[in-house]
Design a protein around this ligand. Sequence first.
Ligand code: FES
Length: 111
Amino acid sequence: MTASGEHNVDLGPADLADGELREATAGGLSLVVARVEGRYVVFETWCSHEECPLSDGWLEGEAIRCACHGALFSLTDGVALEGPALDPIVVVGASVTADGRVAADVSTLHA
Ligand code: FES
């Protein structure tokens, strides 16, 4: 994946270690940037269950655990691996630019 896509937005420095996440904003969206086994992913911060911020959660392998009620979402395809959430979240892949920035097309994420 390249960082030159016309829809890519800058999501801050690519300074996370594997298993770390942080909040980011772009285009009015509240997002989470996470590094999962060497790759960066981006997803909307609001859990699909009752909209707790997933930025308060933590990574478990290639998944994010919601801190509110314990739902677990895949960071490969966004599906809810464990309830109580039933609906998926939208996860997009991000790239790292030559100058060390996280960049992603977040146009498929919702406000
Ligand atoms: S709000 Fe995330 S599991 Fe309930």
